[in-house]
Design a protein around this ligand. Structure first.
Ligand SMILES: Nc1ncnc2c1ncn2[C@@H]1O[C@H](COP(=O)(O)OP(=O)(O)OP(=O)(O)O)[C@@H](O)[C@H]1O
Ligand SMILES: [Mg+2]
Length: 241
């Protein structure tokens, strides 16, 4: 059974669909990368799963239960965490205060302190900077903070929207090392990237979105080597899958 099933998902902002009839499934423990050009609908997909935008049509099922109508915090409590595009570090809060917000979404508060210690062990830069403002961190450090905050809700499914965007190459390396480690530990990952350059390192399967529709999908090695990738990226093979 799929951990996540998206069936016939259409999302509209006003009259124009940002996603049209998108269907995908994710097995527990797998890493699915969704790539596509600017405006393809990638973030909209993440927001629909996370309960932040309401679908116009279609179904999203997680662990056998429909997510329709749930508030974002209820979706988080079920085990889905989103690291949003742009990271969304809270202004005026320290690194640690930003992390503590991730703990409020956790069902089991008793283990909270231990969870924070585990996060500091995995992200030493956050321990070092814990008393400073989150917004004073570098881009790569902020991305680590956003991932760490999401992990504190102990997700089974972690969704990351363009985690490498705008980062220096050495920080992209760090983020991909974190993703590879999460994957090894069995966290199911939905990885959104505009640029497919690095996804081969972690993705089991790849879906290419263009103009709100799935253009190409399959095992990562096949899709990334496909002659159709470039055209699919540009939406020139609309209707093909
Ligand atoms: N809040 C909104 N109101 C109206 N239109 C929106 C809104 N958010 C997104 N759109 C439109 O929906 C389409 C898909 O946007 P989305 O942000 O999902 O794309 P994306 O693939 O994440 O792009 P990017 O790579 O730039 O992040 C675009 O045409 C965009 O302009
Ligand atoms: Mg986006």
């Amino acid at each position: 059974m799929s951990l996540l099933a998206v069936e016939g998902l259409t999302v509209k902002y006003g009259p124009i669909p940002a996603l049209r009839d998108v269907t995908l499934g994710m097995a527990e423990g797998e890493t699915l990368a969704v790539v596509g050009a600017n405006g393809a609908g990638k973030s909209t997909l993440t927001l629909a799963i996370a309960g932040a935008v309401r679908p116009f049509a279609g179904r999203i099922t997680y662990d056998g239960n429909p997510l329709a109508g749930l508030l974002p915090e209820e979706v988080t409590r079920r085990g889905i965490a989103l690291v949003p595009e742009g990271r969304h570090i809270f202004e005026g809060l320290t690194v640690e205060e930003n992390l503590l917000l991730g703990l409020t979404a956790r069902a089991d508060q008793a283990s909270a302190r231990g969870a924070l210690d585990d996060i500091y062990a995995a992200f030493p830069i956050l321990l070092e900077r814990r008393g400073g403002l989150g917004t004073r961190l570098s881009g790569g450090e902020q991305q680590q903070l956003a991932i760490a905050r999401a992990l504190l809700s102990r997700p089974r499914l972690l969704i990351l929207d363009e985690p490498s965007l705008g980062l220096a190459p050495i920080m992209v390396d760090r983020v991909y090392a974190i993703l590879a480690d999460l994957r090894r530990r069995g966290v199911t990952l939905l990885l959104i990237e505009q640029n497919p350059g690095r996804i081969g390192e972690v993705a089991d399967r790849v879906i290419v979105l263009a103009n709100g529709t799935v253009q190409l999908s399959g095992p990562a090695a096949e899709v990334l080597a496909s002659e159709r990738l470039g055209a699919a990226y540009l939406g020139e093979t609309r209707g093909a899958a």
